[in-house]
Design a protein around this ligand. Structure first.
Ligand code: DLL
Length: 436
């Protein structure tokens, strides 16, 4: 296996030196945070008056956590650490409350983000011989512009296709011999059903790789996408608060995502007690920025559940790896008292060869009990079979899910194209129960 590097020194740095650099940069982040009205009072309450109060990396636990709600309270710019004249880009993410979280970037911030993305794409083996079609939305969402500049810097020929207009996406892929795409896994599955609908054989495409991210998905979904397109799919993780994509990325070994630890300190905590968890133990992922100048963030609680994978990676990179996101803390459903993560249902569904490319999980109240209905698309040839076959398939699906997540769902089978399609992050769960 050939291993390519974008910045070999930074990517294979020995851990003691990396930790020294992290400490120095963490002190810089605290210094910058103290320039903001938002953190000044938070740090004062935590007894931190200067960067020199942080004497070692474990001292990070003296710093306050930051949540999405804190960032909303800081709206529009109480967390901005530089004069507005130095800001060259603003990204924001909206939420259900209507108050967006805003992240400001200086030119240095953009340059560093670009480098992290270049490093990420190169670690999957991509480079100047690739044609890269970025099917993530360009705009305030970071999936479009975020990948764009790093891929260009790595020498790839970038097609800024943005999301949607699937027919045009297919045309671009065919006309320009796209070899790499970046998409949400749900949109990638939709692309496949469109290929089938249009009668385009996979052999008409030059696709070799996909970067998949922006929403949780299971290992079985990755395998399904790899099998359908006959490609390698790499997990791409990030969040707007930490720039966007390029926070953690899989290398060619595909055994977890390298978190770029020269730019971020990653911690795993118990989401209830906030106590630290060790490598290998699952918990909520927390990030602190190390290089960001405009919007330094301390101990940002992502609400994503995962774990750090211990031990060296065969690629030689020394930055620790993060397992795929199991779920978000706010995603968990409680069904008749049982905790259920939608990603576990997805895992069970995608294991089944009859499973198509789209599904929904609907939760209702049936008298006093919760009822889960799983609507799945299955391949259309199945509908030509006799009804008993379909009933047997439903039973197998139900049993498979029951053995994984201990619920007994109702299964509805649908023909391809019947369930709604999302071009960005898919909405899979519809919880129709009245609020408690
Ligand atoms: O989704 C940034 C991004 C764009 C990442 C393109 C990867 C590719 P936000 O909209 O702020 O930013 O959403 C961040 O999406 O906290 C996770 O819950 C989820 N997420 C992102 N990547 C993955 C992934 C972008 N690979 C939120 N696996 C994060 C699972 C992911 N969940």
């Amino acid at each position: 296996m050939e291993i390519a590097f974008w910045d070999k020194r930074a990517e294979t740095i020995d851990r003691p030196t990396l930790r020294q650099e992290q400490l120095r940069r963490l002190q810089g982040t605290v210094e910058r945070a103290l320039q903001t009205p938002f953190y000044k009072s938070k740090l004062k309450s935590a007894g931190i008056a200067s960067a020199y109060d942080i004497k070692s990396l474990p001292d990070i636990t003296r710093l306050p956590f930051t949540t999405k709600n804190d960032l909303r309270d800081a709206y529009p710019c109480k967390h901005l650490a530089v004069p507005m004249e130095q800001v060259v880009r603003i990204h924001m993410s909206s939420g259900t409350t209507g108050i967006p979280t805003v992240i400001y970037h200086t030119q240095d911030d953009i340059n560093n983000w670009t480098d992290l993305v270049a490093r990420s794409v190169v670690c999957t083996g991509c480079g100047p011989s690739d044609v890269f079609q970025n099917m993530m939305t360009y705009g305030l969402f970071t999936g479009g512009l975020g990948l764009h500049y790093g891929a260009e810097k790595a020498g790839m020929a970038v097609i800024p296709a943005s999301s949607g207009n699937t027919k045009r996406q297919l045309w671009l892929m065919k006309e320009f011999g796209t070899s790499v795409v970046h998409a949400t896994p749900s949109y990638m599955l939709h692309i496949y059903s469109e290929l089938v609908k249009e009668g385009i054989p996979i052999s008409d495409l030059k696709l070799a790789k996909a970067f998949l991210g922006a929403e949780p998905y299971s290992e079985n979904t990755r395998k399904k996408i790899e099998g359908l397109f006959k490609i390698d799919a790499y997990n791409s993780y990030g969040l707007s608060e930490m720039n966007g994509p390029g926070v953690a990325f899989e290398c060619v070994c595909k055994c977890g995502m390298h978190v770029w630890e020269d730019s971020y300190i990653v911690e795993v905590i118990d989401p209830d007690t906030l106590e630290p968890r060790r490598d290998g133990e699952e918990g909520e992922i927390v990030f602190t920025t190390l290089k960001r100048t405009a919007t330094p963030l301390l101990r940002y609680r992502t609400r994503d559940l995962s774990k750090i994978i211990d031990g060296p990676c065969a690629c030689g990179r020394t930055h620790r790896r993060m397992d795929r996101i199991k779920a978000r803390t706010d995603d968990m459903l409680i069904i008749n008292g049982v905790n259920v993560f939608p990603s576990h249902i997805e895992e069970a569904l995608m294991q089944m060869p009859e499973m198509g490319t789209n599904y929904q999980i609907v939760v209702d109240k049936n008298e006093s009990l919760d009822r889960v209905t799983i609507k799945t698309e299955v391949y259309s040839n199945l509908f030509k079979d006799d009804m008993r076959e379909l009933e047997a398939l439903k039973k197998r699906m139900r049993e498979n899910i029951k053995s994984r997540v201990l619920i007994n769902p109702v299964i509805e089978l649908h023909e391809p194209g019947m369930l709604p399609v999302y071009e960005g992050k898919a909405k899979r769960v519809f919880d129709n129960r009245p609020p408690l």
